[in-house]
Design a protein around this ligand. Structure first.
Ligand code: DQA
Length: 138
């Protein structure tokens, strides 16, 4: 069974409540339950932190024996050389995900320190972006 982990960065614990016009009104737990029911052949784990170093630690922890990492580093995408380096340092392929189309938003969201070291990037499809990333590992 494939082991895949979704890692979410800062403020994504507020999904469902946070700017629903951009991020939707479903909580991540509700979404995850639906996805787990659909992909029963996958061991799907979930981790969220608002703290940059904790996200880096998690990447180190899972980055050598999981089959895939789906990373939405949220705002740290645009600021964190440390997270970009961590993605480069590990062996497990990382798919970068964003709920919104970051290129259709403010210019500071157009830069990513993750993309150049990611296997691929999925963005702009709402929570479905995560599902497309799961499919990319199957
Ligand atoms: C986001 C986009 C980021 O620019 C933003 O800071 C987020 C969420 C997204 O999923 O659309 O927090 O990563």
């Amino acid at each position: 069974m494939k082991k895949i982990i979704i890692i979410n960065g800062p403020n994504l614990n507020l999904l469902g409540k946070r700017e629903p016009n951009i991020y939707g009104s479903l909580t991540f737990t509700e979404f995850l339950d639906e996805v787990k029911d659909k992909y029963t052949g996958v061991k799907l784990e979930y981790y969220q932190s608002n703290i940059e170093g904790e996200l880096i630690n998690k990447l180190h922890e899972v980055g050598f024996d999981y089959d895939g990492i789906i990373l939405n580093a949220a705002a740290y995408t645009h600021t964190s050389i440390g997270l970009g380096d961590a993605v480069k340092a590990i062996e497990t392929p990382v798919v970068e995900v964003h709920i919104s189309n970051t290129f259709a938003r403010e210019e500071f969201r157009h830069q990513s320190f993750i993309s150049s070291n990611a296997k691929g990037v999925v963005l702009g499809f709402g929570l479905q972006s995560y599902e497309l990333a799961i499919q990319s590992f199957l």
